[in-house]
Design a protein around this ligand. Sequence first.
Ligand code: AMP
Length: 380
Amino acid sequence: MTTVGILGGGQLARMMALAGAPLGLRFLVMDTAADACAGQFAPLLVGDYRDESALAEFASKVDVATFDFENVPAESAEWLASRVPVFPNPRALAMAQDRLVEKSLFRDLGIPVGAFADVGSLDALRIEVDRLGGACILKTRRLGYDGKGQFRIKSPADVEAAWQALGAQAGTVGLIVEAFIPFERELSVVAVRGRDGEFRTWPLTENWHVDGVLSASLAPAHVDAALAQAAYAHARRLAESLDYVGVFALELFYRGGELLANEMAPRVHNSGHWTIEGAETSQFQNHLRAVLGLPLGETRALGHACMLNWIGEMPDAASVLQEAGGHWHDYGKEPRAGRKVGHATLRAEDAVALAHALARVGVALGRQAQVAPVVARLTA
Ligand code: AMP
């Protein structure tokens, strides 16, 4: 009997546990919240990630540990790794926790990135915003996610307001300023690397965000093959440089025929949820296979898929369930503004059929705006 320990007990851990059941796996999930939604399917250990006695109990009960949450303190991951195998390794986790370190690594590996700078003071921010051309985003280096810990600077006149919003965090989590990229598309590569170094990617995914939060994903993305190959090569270089084991996502901006890396998520990723029904092997199953040293599954797409995120509250399921390729995921969470509470995936044999299904669901749920950019891409 193998028990997989997961640090973080949200929907990613929940979907991982569901994917692990056919493999005969047991799970233990650790989370700071007693109502963490993965706890509905797997034993839950409630504790702080910095609490050594809780971590020791966790370590004593699992054969291998992984994450559903990348902001587990790096020291806790290190501590755990001295007791049980931890995948991905704590170095990869630490790298992905800090936007400055991450972007510097991309640059060192020859993966193109937009201009960025570390900023420690209001004066430094003024200088960098001028140097970067005025339109920027100020972000916390650490502990930011889903657009949180960010301030959009449209022109140098916004610098004071940006510093007021985030300046206090310069001395704690650190700040980075990035040139604003007026991208044409946002893409992500979801990839997996096994313990033996075997590397696979799912087809490139196109993503649409609303207020910094993922709203919809389409896979395979409608891009030319050479661009997709370039994205896969970037992901591979990154994984190999970190000796990465497991699933990760590399988020990319596309502009003027060029890809620029935004960030890496060292875990299964929201933009890979479509793989549950839309690919031969899901990201969740392949993550488990990777961390357990099992052969990786095929990652090819089964037709065309679109994932729609449900934020804040669940809509009515019927309009999705009545679609031939409609799949529903309710994470069992309490509704709350801004919270990811579920998603749907629509899958079809061809792009036109997927566009029609999306349009029907959009009208039925009053979510035409959410499906519109995807329908436009599919029918272009
Ligand atoms: P992040 O937390 O870095 O993934 O940012 C969340 C979202 O904000 C991204 O998916 C983009 O839609 C947008 N964004 C972040 N950084 C930039 C940038 N440098 N230029 C333009 N948009 C950005």
